[in-house]
Design a protein around this ligand. Sequence first.
Ligand code: ADP
Ligand code: AMP
Length: 216
Amino acid sequence: MYFVMLGAPGAGKGTQADLLSEELGFPHIASGDLFRQNLEKQTELGLLAKAYMQKGGLVPDEVTIKMILERIAAPDCDSGCLLDGFPRTLGQAEALDEAFAVQGRNVDRAIYIHVPSEVLVKRLGGRWICRKCQATYHIIASPPKVKGKCDRCGGELYQRADDVEETIRERLRVFFEQTSPIIDFYREQGKLVEVDGDKDIQEVTRDVLSALAEEK
Ligand code: ADP
Ligand code: AMP
């Protein structure tokens, strides 16, 4: 099964995709993580993406689509995956459908996690991420057992350079302008599963799993 996680920055897409990945056994593929890994390695792709990411804008479709299609062509995605942060434009959603159609695959469900804007800003301001395994923490909602260290792999935790108020506001603006039309795109295809993300992390996971079970 192929899942798309939809929601504004900070809605909990990465957090839920990680938990769902464990529960369902499909890999979690996050476009933002792929860009950040490329940036860390100073690849051409990473350096190109850097300018857009720093400002809170979107990396051009052409580059982003190529990166994701290459990633999901890997054997670990043969029976499914959870896409987090992609698609983010109608062009990306259409390109994904076209590529899948050629391969006899399709997006099965788009899971839309909605959270009020003021909550999103607070969440992103308190987000800490593991440099090694990308696990996500929050200083209040889900703190690590040892300050600054990842529970899962012991890696160092850091705050993203784009998790600062001005860039957060820009990312939210970009979401409402460029990404939110995708919600209707999947709704019209009868694939949208909507979940209230303004609840405890575990409660949101339970709601997603029961919504998916109902839709079967
Ligand atoms: P996204 O991938 O949608 O940008 P994340 O999954 O990274 O969002 O979550 C953003 C921040 O909010 C993280 O610090 C995460 O720990 C925290 N978070 C995620 N889900 C919840 C929740 N249901 N309640 C409180 N905090 C949450
Ligand atoms: P994220 O980790 O999902 O919050 O993404 C971080 C940043 O990476 C975004 O603000 C964009 O600059 C870039 N990015 C991630 N995914 C995409 C995408 N699908 N399309 C364009 N840019 C993206």
